[in-house]
Design a binder for this molecule. Structure first.
Ligand code: MCN
Length: 792
């Protein structure tokens, strides 16, 4: 019998009822007794010496409770903002990791760097007092562009980081690549930039912190994707307090997109200040403040070369990237353009030799960290762009060149030359489906139709593969993760048969309350509306490493599956005892435990009730209660993959690009909820479209001022920019988790920028255009069409 709320059901999201009726509970909604309000005073300069800070006038302002600066931070020996994932130079020495004080000390290194925390009875009073803090700066020259930062005469951000070089990192076999280039029939060269982005989750960051002097316990409510990691990093390593005296809670959250997966200076300061000032404090980030202090994403400059045989077979790929990591090392910062980038440069192709070098550079800009896809969209962009250019240069059809080089389904498991061992996949199958759904062969007619309207039409194709489901601890540790990367889930079955799931991932838009309930519903036969999911509270959930890297289902869901199996095992024992049968004779079907081949059965609810009323139990062998947990560390990443096709129309008079259709065929393994996966795809593709066509984080190169610091200058994609998106599945199951699942949270963002830019370049083929930088904005396209230099 099919379970209407089990795996594969198109169940509407359980959590949406409270969101759509305004009953969500967000950090910003919190009003705690005696709560004061904090405001961060931020540097207006990109690079300056902090000469003096005078807080006397601010301390005399109405309602003021305290003004804290780097001096107090130093006085209390408070540790700096931590990095959880380090990288090494090619000679094995660790990256340069200068101190990142939570309030600036001695210097500021980007506009928006926090210099003081002002606390008052109301937010207005705190803002007014912050205006009264007098900071004397001595301005220094700034550097924003990562390539410039590495030049010999560039302004130096740190005395102990020569040449602003955080790390010079490499992966792959350079000698093999050079040998392949020496015998190549053709070499395609491409220089490209992956533009800097601002995440802009719907809900800006916020935090409320308190300290209870009786229990000596801190509580931090924060908009974070990883409450337990914050508890560990901030509690154990920065505040140096016992773990049981620190609770971190993230209730409902309006999106994260990677921006909220780091340990922020603001979280450190507000928690420390709550005790130091003896008050519960709330801080809510303004949208414009978020532009200057949320982690940014991407920002690469790359030179890529692809060596090919005369028939278009890929022989080797060489990639040299300079990645901007901003003014400080962020929690996962240097790891994104290295470990999450270079190992994905093989894509879905059998390129025998790959070498990638990455220089990570400090600049006077906001620190760069994860943004949806984190490293993998950048790799896909390099690869899928250079493949298109190679096809163009060699006169080979762009579908055909991909087919000739693709890993065939029977070659899995497939070991790439850059670390990854793909366990399963069928990208040629995805490609066939995508081309059919997009009516690839009918494009010429549509192009002719557009031409009649005076429009240029282009079609673009891209494949992708990504590594997600972050864990595996052992692989992650070998790549520099400072700690494990597993996940935990507990299943508590109540005497009535209702179920509570306690899980270490965090739901902030992905629909976990629904999909986790579906997994348990499938296994226990309990309808999903009798199952609740608890996450985001370190005092309630045993442990967890949070949500990022599309890991929640593959790692958290697998832990949940294992914990639920343990419940079933115990239920069988109870049923065997109650039915006076051997445990091996008990089968579980249609919601009841039955003695095989008989009509003697006990319903799931009866078993649950018995678990809590064990009067007749053999208590020496069977414990009362029904609660199990599992800590799951997978053996490998999961590798979602797919093929996407986009069509664009360009107005040659204005340079405006309209995305007119988009087809995505993805392999995310077993689909738990097709509607949720489709929603994840739609959101991810909209974000990729944002990067390809609209969004650009622009600094003034000399002053270091952020020019795109509001929604007036930073163009977010809107609903009316988005065409109908056709989503389809082509499934191969993950071979190493029980559910056969791969991640789905980032695939849309990974596959779409290259697909859309490939379509834009195709439309501009009559003008001999080989590459278009992102975003393909109207001025940039207009200048390309009109033969002038590309504008900003
Ligand atoms: N799913 C499924 N079947 C699959 C794969 C996934 O039904 N085969 C479901 C999952 O059960 C889950 C959702 O799809 O409900 C996404 O699952 P998963 O791929 O495990 O990704 P995570 O839940 O770990 O989410 C993280 C991912 C990332 S890294 C970013 S960034 C991102 C994203 O998800 N940020 C988001 N999607 C987002 N969606 C919203 N609304 N808001 C964000 O901030």
């Amino acid at each position: 019998m099919t379970n209407p709320t089990g795996i594969g059901a198109e169940l509407r999201r359980k959590e949406d009822k409270r969101f759509l009726t305004g009953r969500g509970s967000y950090v910003t909604d919190l009003k705690l007794p005696g709560m004061a309000h904090g405001v961060f005073l931020r540097s207006p300069h990109a690079h300056a010496k902090l000469v003096a800070i005078d807080t006397a006038a601010a301390m005399a302002m109405p309602g003021i409770i305290g003004v804290l600066t780097g001096a107090e931070v130093a006085e209390d020996g408070l540790g700096g903002v931590p990095c959880a994932w380090g990288i090494n130079f090619t000679d094995g020495t660790p990256m340069k990791e200068p101190a990142y004080p939570a309030l600036a000390q001695g210097k500021v290194r980007h506009v928006g760097d926090a210099v003081a925390f002002v606390v008052a009875e109301t937010a207005e009073q705190a803002r007014a007092a912050a205006e009264a803090v007098i900071v004397e700066y001595e301005e220094l020259p700034a550097v924003i562009n990562a390539e410039d930062a590495l030049k010999p005469d560039a302004p130096q951000l740190y005395d102990d980081v020569p040449g602003n070089l955080n790390c010079d990192w490499a992966l792959g076999d350079k000698a093999a690549v050079e040998a392949a280039f020496a015998r190549a029939a053709h070499i395609t060269r491409l220089e490209l930039t992956n533009n800097r982005l601002v995440g802009n989750p719907m809900e800006p960051r916020a935090a409320v912190a308190s300290y209870d002097f009786a229990s000596e316990k801190y509580t931090l409510f924060s908009t974070t994707q990883l409450p337990h990691i914050i508890k560990l990093l901030l509690g154990a390593f920065i505040l140096k307090i016992p773990q049981h005296r620190f609770r971190v809670v993230c209730p409902d959250m309006g999106g994260g997109f990677g921006v909220k997966q780091v340990c922020y200076a603001e979280e450190i300061i507000i928690t420390w200040a709550a005790k130091r000032l003896g008050r519960t404090i709330k801080w809510v980030c303004e949208r414009s403040e978020g532009f200057l202090s949320d982690r940014h994403g991407r920002d690469h400059i790359t030179k890529a070369e692809l060596a090919l045989a005369a028939d278009g077979t890929f022989l080797a790929l060489k990639v040299e990237t300079i990645a901007n990591i901003g003014g400080y090392v962020s929690t996962f910062g240097p790891n994104i353009p290295t470990n999450l980038y270079a190992p994905l440069l093989a894509g879905v192709y059998r390129t025998p030799a790959i070498w990638c070098s990455v220089k990570t550079a400090f600049t006077n800009s906001v620190p760069v960290d994860a943004y949806r896809g984190a490293g993998r969209p950048e790799a896909t962009f390099v690869l899928e762009r250079i493949v298109d250019v190679a096809a163009m240069e060699m006169g080979i059809d762009k579908v055909e060149i991909r087919r000739r080089n693709m890993i065939p389904p029977d070659a899995y498991p497939y070991q790439t030359p850059v670390l990854m061992n793909y366990d399963s996949g069928d990208v040629p199958g995805c490609l066939d489906k995508a081309l059919a759904l997009a009516d690839w062969d009918g494009f010429a007619a549509r192009k002719a139709e557009s031409a009649k309207q005076g429009k240029l039409r282009g079609i673009g194709l891209s494949t992708y593969i990504e590594a997600c489901g972050l864990a595996p601890s052992r692989i992650a540790a070998s790549l520099g993760v400072r700690g494990g990367l597993f996940e935990s889930a507990a299943v508590r079955v109540h005497p009535t048969g209702h179920v509570t799931i306690l899980i270490g991932t965090h739901n902030h838009g992905q629909g976990h309350e629904t999909t986790y309930a579906q997994i348990v519903s499938q296994k226990l036969g309990v309808p999903a509306d009798r199952i609740e999911v608890v996450c985001g509270d370190t005092d309630r959930v045993q442990f967890g490493l949070g949500t990022y890297g599309s890991r929640s289902l593959a790692v958290g869901g697998s832990a949940l599956s294992k914990a639920t199996d343990k419940i079933l095992t115990k239920c069988r024992k109870i049923a065997a005892h109650m039915l006076e049968a051997a445990e091996t004779d008990i089968v579980f079907e249609d919601g009841a435990f039955r003695v095989a081949g008989t009509d003697r059965a006990k319903s799931f609810e009866e078993i649950c009730g018995s678990a809590y009323t064990p009067v007749n139990f053999p208590l020496e062998t069977l414990e009362p209660g029904l609660e199990e947990q599992s800590f799951y560390d997978p053996p490998n990443f999961t590798f979602p993959a797919g093929a996407h096709v986009a069509e664009v129309e360009i107005d040659p008079d204005t340079g405006h690009v309209q995305l007119v259709s988009y087809v995505a065929v993805d392999d995310v393994g077993t689909v738990i909820n097709p509607m949720i996966v489709e929603g994840q795809l739609h959101g991810g593709i909209a974000q990729g479209m944002g990067q390809a066509l609209y969004e650009d984080c622009v600094y003034d190169g000399s002053s270091g001022q952020l020019l795109s610091g509001s929604f007036m200058d930073y163009a977010m994609p809107r609903a009316d920019h988005t065409p109908k998106v056709t989503v389809a599945s082509h499934i191969t199951k993950c071979t190493h988790n029980d559910l056969g699942v791969k991640g789905a949270g980032e695939v849309g963002t990974i596959g779409s920028p290259s697909t859309i830019i490939n379509a834009v370049v195709d439309a501009l083929a009559p003008y001999g255009v080989k590459h278009v930088e992102m975003p393909a904005s109207p001025p940039r396209i207009w200048h390309l069409i009109n033969g002038a230099r590309p504008a900003l």
